[in-house]
Ligand binder design. Sequence first.
Ligand code: NDP
Length: 472
Amino acid sequence: MTHPIHLYGSPVDPTRLTLLVCVSMDKYIESVYNRVVAKDPDQKVFHQAALEVLESLEPAIKKYPKYEEFSILERITEPERIIQFRVPWKDKDGKIQVNRGYRIQFNSAIGPYKGGLRLHPTVNQGVLKFLGFEQIFKNSLTTLPMGGAKGGSDFDPKGKTDAEVEGFCESFMLELYRHIGQFIDIPAGDIGVGGREIGYLYGAYRKITNHHGTGVLTGKGGGWGGSLIRPEATGYGCVYFVQEMLKTKKEDLKGKTVCISGSGNVAQYATEKCIQLGAKVISSSDSTGWIHDPTGITQEKLEWVMDLKNNRRGRIKEYADHFNVDYSSTGSPWSLKCDIALPCATQNEVDAKEAKALVDNGVMAVGEGANMPTVPEGVEIFLENKILYGPGKAANAGGVSVSGLEMAQNSQRFFWTREEVDAKLHQIMQNIHANAYKTSEIFGVKGNLVVGANIAGFMKVANAMIDQGHGA
Ligand code: NDP
């Protein structure tokens, strides 16, 4: 693999963690972090996510001793339930293949478990624990009543026939159906799970249960229970969030140059919203490389990308061949000069060197469409240089927000118009920004949205856990 993205394992230098933990960390937080590492020493990406949250909660932990008294951090870093199962399916040659399926039901203090399903060869328990953990705080920030979860499999949909993907989804649901429900756990899409996969999963659920329970999955098709704007929600929401950050500097997106990574669901609609708001998007990528289109990706070119990725399931290199622009299978779009960077592919896709290059090239704002796309050293570089930085759990919360709105519409047996859903999404993203910003101010780090988002998301869940007793 030659592309930009480094992940799979931990990019975090363990020495740095030890230093951070020993030199500057609150004793209680340090003990919880050490416990997380000792319990599952191989789950590096989960340690990274836990450390990022735990470190930033310090002001709240100091201000409110009840969180330590009620062992909230020990409880919140431990999933309520982990389900792991075998997923056998037949490939196109009739041979039985076996993958591993998971659902991590992390925290249900404020609502039923909610979070996407990821199908990617790198999926394992540690990756899903990181994603499920992030989801707790993200869902809390949306203000909707949703707990945190994540699931998926190490199945790789890339290069598979439709029939193989359908067979896999059916087999996956044959186990998952007994663990989900509109008041229990409501999965959705993530990497490798789009409209096609949700359709197969929902069809299998309906056949197994003889139950048209639309509230059991979100991201459904418009004709069978889905919400308008759900496909667009994460990308649009991320750009709405960036608009709010820019407003604090009396800036907007018009005329700005934007670099975007990824070319999947989130990247596509982040690109679309930037174009609508008058910005120029100059990059796109996938796991094999990235393109640089200095004249800007127009709506027409974007529709070509959507067809390439969603229907023909091709590689981004074809864009370079078709539109005669530069393509590279090494390096990353973060070396380009831009005003705004939107990482929308995957975790740890922006390393410290790339963060520094963005800063040196004059980046003004970074909005994370992906989950935890910037390594911790990169985040520090953005914060030290006073770059407007929107962490994933706040900036990409638009997807799960509209999933929450899809659940609300399913419960009402009624649908809202595109304009109504978009307006609600916009309002939610404005509220998330305002809440994170205000919380950062209250805790003495005005404008640090990492601290603001983590503390705001955490306190609602932690207080609910205290209210519900020690077993919750
Ligand atoms: P998609 O599967 O639609 O697209 C993912 C994109 O990222 C593809 O272009 C893919 O390239 C690229 N990518 C994936 N893994 C890697 C890798 N290891 N290295 C390089 N490129 C990679 O997923 P989404 O757009 O739905 O998700 C993107 C990110 O946004 C993820 O971090 C996800 O967790 C997050 N997110 C998604 C939400 C949603 O509603 N969909 C909600 C909130 C967050 P290729 O096709 O070559 O694999």
